[in-house]
Design a protein around this ligand. Structure first.
Ligand code: GDP
Length: 349
């Protein structure tokens, strides 16, 4: 007997499409667990998509991958543009690969929400590193609020871990907020600085220095070696003045030259020391739990906001109430209370 597809070539396509949809979830989850970088990339694209069916599929993929995530070391790397982040990540990433690690490099770019452009993502960065078999490089998700970008990056991180990447580098550059968000998703936070000049001169806020587990003075080469050494001592002294960290770790200050590969292995040694200490004193695990709690709360807040602002009744009422507030007929607080009451009623319906 002839198969139905032989009778109708269109049917063949329809059936193939259906099979693909049904198989999508296992295609992605299996591919990721097998460490397939192409499938990992495709899954991240689905995760970044704003289409509802994509979001639903992404949630299922994450759920399937979750049992295989969490087995990695997560490092945050920050510093102002030009300090040498991508050069450092090239050198450091290659060093890690040499140590037998599988490295994923992700980015949180705060500029994408402001300008639609990007400080981190636009240029072709880390090309050498990206070509290595055990490396996966993914630019920042774009065109979304910073909180959304960070959340996607955190989810991406889980998929990378499920794909067997055991060292995750999350790069950011920012004005304060992006560092805080990245800090809340990593185990160890590294701040790159230039030789000379205090952090304020380099556009770094004190709070960010305080978050750092390692301050790394890059470009310690050529004529700048002496200055870099002095800067390191200055930071070493300054770091001691901060209150002790919950991790019990005393932040270190080191110099390196990303361009000539000097001091790179010392960075990893520090990180290993940190991991040993924090696994022993149980901070490592409790910090991850705190972070999971933070992201749970952040996602709930995000979900509530979206539900609120996308609600048709609220949208209509908001226009009226906004006008009443502008006309001084209603205080902003009364306005908010009325809207929230309305939202609660709607949610019950
Ligand atoms: P990013 O914007 O922080 O990612 O900085 P890049 O990695 O793109 O580096 C900015 C510039 O600094 C480039 O011209 C690099 O070649 C240079 N650079 C990076 N690291 C070093 C270093 O260790 N020594 C020197 N002399 N130059 C460096």
């Amino acid at each position: 007997m002839k198969s139905p597809t032989a009778l109708n070539p269109h049917l063949k396509n329809i059936l193939a499409k259906k099979r693909k949809q049904q198989g999508d979830l296992s295609y992605y989850s299996k591919g990721i667990q097998q460490g397939d970088k192409v499938i990992l990339s495709q899954a991240i694209t689905i995760l970044e998509s704003t289409r509802l069916p994509d979001q639903q599929l992404a949630e299922q993929i994450i759920e399937k991958c979750l049992p295989f995530a969490n087995q990695s070391i997560r490092l945050g790397i920050t510093g102002t543009p030009g300090v040498g982040k991508s050069t450092f990540i090239e050198a450091f990433g290659s060093h890690l690969v040499g140590q037998g690690k599988k490295v994923a490099v992700l980015a949180v770019d705060p500029s994408s929400q402001i300008s639609g452009g990007s400080i981190l993502g636009d240029k072709t960065r880390m090309e050498r590193l990206a070509h290595l078999a055990n490396v996966f490089v993914r630019p920042s998700p774009a065109k979304s609020a910073l909180g959304g970008v960070a959340r996607k990056t955190r989810e991406t991180m889980m998929l990378c871990e499920a794909a067997g990447f055991d060292t995750i580098l999350v790069e950011t550059v920012g004005v304060g907020q992006s560092e805080t968000l990245v800090h809340s998703m990593v185990d160890f936070f590294l701040l790159l600085l230039l030789p000379g000049g205090g952090d304020e001169l380099q556009g770094i806020k004190r709070g960010i220095v305080e978050m750092a587990d390692l301050v790394l003075i890059n470009k310690a080469d050529g004529e700048r070696i002496k200055l870099a050494k002095k800067t390191r001592i200055d930071y070493k002294n300054a770091l001691h003045l901060f209150p002790p960290k919950a991790s019990n770790w005393t932040a270190a200050a080191l110099t390196c030259s990303a361009i000539s590969n000097e001091g790179i292995e010392k960075v990893w040694e520090q990180i290993e020391k940190y991991i040993k200490l924090t696994k022993r004193n149980l901070y490592f695990e409790s910090n991850r739990q705190q972070q999971a709690k933070y992201w749970l709360e952040a996602s709930i807040n995000q979900g509530l906001q979206t539900a609120f602002y996308q609600n048709e009744t609220i949208r209509t009422a908001l226009i009226k109430i906004e006008q009443a507030v502008l006309n001084n007929e209603l205080s902003p607080f009364q306005g908010a209370t009325q809207l929230l009451k309305l939202f609660k009623q709607r949610s019950k319906d």
